[in-house]
Design a protein around this ligand. Sequence first.
Ligand code: FES
Ligand SMILES: [Fe+2]
Length: 387
Amino acid sequence: MDHETQVELLDEILGLRRERSAYLDETVTHSPVNRYLDEQRFSDERAQIFRKQPLLIAHSSELVEDGGFLSRDICGAPILLTRDRSGEAHAFFNVCRHRGARLVEAEEGCKHRFSCPYHAWTWDNTGRLIAIPHKDQGFPDLDKGDYGLKRIALKESQGWLWVRLDGDGNDDEALSNHIAELADDLNWLQMGDLTVHAVHERVWNCNWKIVVEGGLESYHFRVAHAKTIGALFHDNLSTYRAFGPHIRSILARTSVDDLVEIPRKQWRIRDHANVLYTLFPNSAWLVQSDHVVLIQFAPETVSQTRIRCVTLRPKQNEALTENQQSYWDKNHALTVKTLAEDFELGEKIQAGLDLGVNDVLTFGRYEGALDLFNRTVDEHLRASGPA
Ligand code: FES
Ligand SMILES: [Fe+2]
């Protein structure tokens, strides 16, 4: 984001402050509760969005140099990410090419070859089949070249790894287009210079869209986050813009009021607002003044979502001092605690959805980003046609 845009966005917030107004959309909208309850719809979302759309899968620093691997499940699809000696990242289905066993059980580690736990067929970390026990007798004519691990489209760019399950190989136009929308902001954020500090992961009992929606308004901050971060933010003061299917929200901190005393050329948006990127379909970057939190919402069932919160701090060559360690630990703990407030509310919402109390959820004019997100989901379902 160039400096001019940062000033423009901060000016917009200060304008709203002067008018004592929230950022308003045209109309109140409604979201049918079936969106969060219907099994058929959930399976359509899996098939038509999660398998077809680019998905942010990890930060580059999670896949360590020379032999790092990660295994992840996305919507029931087991994925294996590897990094080879040359530093190149690869993505495969974590499925053995012999009789289909899960090839790698560990969630992460460092390995140059992967041996199947069933009959020990073995692949290197570029996906090449390198060994079959008793091959000559059992599989005399088998060409190992035909049995490489099944590759998934992958793009590594500016510190992030993206995959597309239905994409084949590495040269995937859909992946590049998906990221193109974010190019300016990615250049600004330089998130390749970050490293993972800490991770928190657990399954929450609510539909994935309920928890994504929870990040798209600041109407709840003063109420739901009264015990954590509420006082740091102005009440219901945020704006948003769409970038293709993604949404960038500016969540104003109370310190925006100090800007009237500071020359515009010194304004830096990260010091006075959290910048939240809601990345379609199921991830978010929460950009704060000195670090970024990655949040991934992986749907497991229509009413269960595995949520991973990753605190990313600046890389440094030397080890963290005790003070630095404690600073980042506290930061991570506050993020986890604050987000738990959102996710607990998400669970309560889900639990009440099928009681017939609400046929629709009602989004006010300052909750317009929630409607935009749902329209984007609906458009992708429609564009793909019936399952
Ligand atoms: S299923 Fe993997 S080696 Fe047989
Ligand atoms: Fe929240």
